[in-house]
Design a binder for this molecule. Structure first.
Ligand code: NAD
Ligand code: UDP
Length: 348
């Protein structure tokens, strides 16, 4: 089977790429490298070569908004007698902050880019899609755990683009014209890294998210962690989130493809998280315990747009996909630290 993996050079995509190739899928990565390094592809190959695996990986440097590139990928694969069977679509922009100052760019890349992809898939009769949605669509609510039927109320342009895309899926699926198989996976907080230490998260500039910030404090790139509020209505006053090991998250995509093989047609919205909530203080404590590094911090005001608690009800993913997250918070800290210490400057 051949999979088109858009955004395959990014944090999440690179981990999915390795799993797909290990499982024997042919993979075509389409990435514009606006938020990732071409070195990621070298690392993926290095990992597979070290394992002496036979694999077929092709990488195309291009933009999902470019119809000609998409056409060429699908046509070339058909000519090779190995058409694209499934698309895993991760290419897009993900910064909440940037989406507030440049919303049209977010609508263009995320929504128009996805529309372009769907049009191309339809044209070349590829009807299976796994998509990267986000828990951010649940908005400011902190009624936890959050199931998929939770109210959808995004509070920023980034989240609104994810909702628009999910709405596009509804309309497409309900048109009943083709037997689409779509899993829109709503990620909670993917963290950690590949246990090999060869690939991991490499944010450009100062990290916005807690976990990469902590590893950068531990390695000395950042002086101290600013904690955004210790007066939330939680057990220790700091914000609670659902941190899921990146490999567990990646496995959810493979499980979605397996699920496609057992169904004629589907449109499913599915949470992927650990199903557990941890506070900022708990994360710091576990990181210090697992790595022996001290994380100095300073308490600051709350950050705009934050909620007290967010964690997933993952019973749907367990039941429908037969998927379950296996890796502990300790494993997350160990793997994340292993990546950071082996790559103090990320991909360089
Ligand atoms: P990432 O930025 O590391 O990866 C996205 C990849 O897409 C990058 O390699 C980037 O170069 C590429 N890309 C961006 N615009 C493109 C375009 N127009 N054409 C082709 N390639 C393009 O982000 P990630 O963390 O791996 O996230 C992947 C997806 O998952 C995104 O859609 C994101 O919104 C979604 N998501 C991420 C998180 C998270 O916390 N990381 C949470 C929920 C949802
Ligand atoms: N957080 C923090 N300092 C940081 C980054 C994040 O205290 O430098 C807190 C944030 O307020 C939230 C939690 O850590 O309670 C997770 O934040 P992150 O940005 O990683 O995830 P999100 O809020 O987008 O789910």
């Amino acid at each position: 089977m051949r999979v088109l993996l858009t955004g395959g050079s990014g944090f999440i995509g690179s981990h999915i790429a390795i799993l797909l190739l290990e499982r024997g899928f042919d993979v075509v990565i389409l990435d514009s490298f606006v938020n990732s390094s071409p070195n990621v592809i070298i690392r993926i190959k290095k990992y597979l070569d070290n394992k002496d695996l036979n694999y077929k990986l092709e990488t195309i440097n291009g933009d999902i908004r470019d119809k000609k590139i998409l056409d060429k990928i699908f046509i070339d694969c058909i000519k090779e007698n190995k058409p694209i069977n499934t698309v895993i679509h991760l290419a897009g922009l993900k910064s909440v902050y940037e989406s507030l100052s440049n919303p049209l760019h977010y609508w263009d890349v995320n929504v128009f880019g996805t529309l372009n992809l769907l049009l191309t898939m339809k044209e070349y009769e590829c009807y299976s899609l796994v998509f990267s949605s986000s828990a951010t669509i649940y908005g400011l609510s902190d009624s936890v755990p959050m199931a998929e039927d939770h109210t959808i109320s995004p509070i920023n342009p980034y989240g609104k683009t994810k909702v628009a895309i999910e709405n596009m899926f509804y309309d497409l699926y309900n048109s009943n014209l083709n037997s689409w198989k779509i899993c829109s996976l709503r990620y909670f907080n993917p963290v950690g890294a590949h246990p090999s230490g060869l690939i991991g998260e490499d944010p450009i500039g100062i990290p916005n998210n807690l976990f990469p910030f902590i590893t950068q404090v531990a390695i000395g790139t950042q002086k101290l962690l600013n904690i955004y509020g210790d007066d939330w209505g939680t057990r220790d006053g700091t914000g609670i989130r659902d941190y899921i090991h990146i490999i567990d998250l990646a496995e959810g995509h493979l499980a979605s493809i397996d699920y496609f093989n057992s169904t004629e047609s589907c449109l499913e919205f599915i949470n992927l998280g650990s199903g557990k909530g941890y506070s900022v203080f708990q994360i710091i404590r576990q990181f210090e315990l697992s790595t022996g590094r001290k994380i100095p911090f300073s308490i600051q005001d709350r950050r705009d747009g934050d909620v007290a608690k967010s964690f997933a009800d993952i019973s749907k993913a367990k039941k429908l996909l037969g998927w379950t997250p296996k890796r502990s918070l300790e494993q997350i800290c160990l793997d994340g630290w292993n990546w950071q210490i082996k790559n103090p400057h990320g991909y360089g």
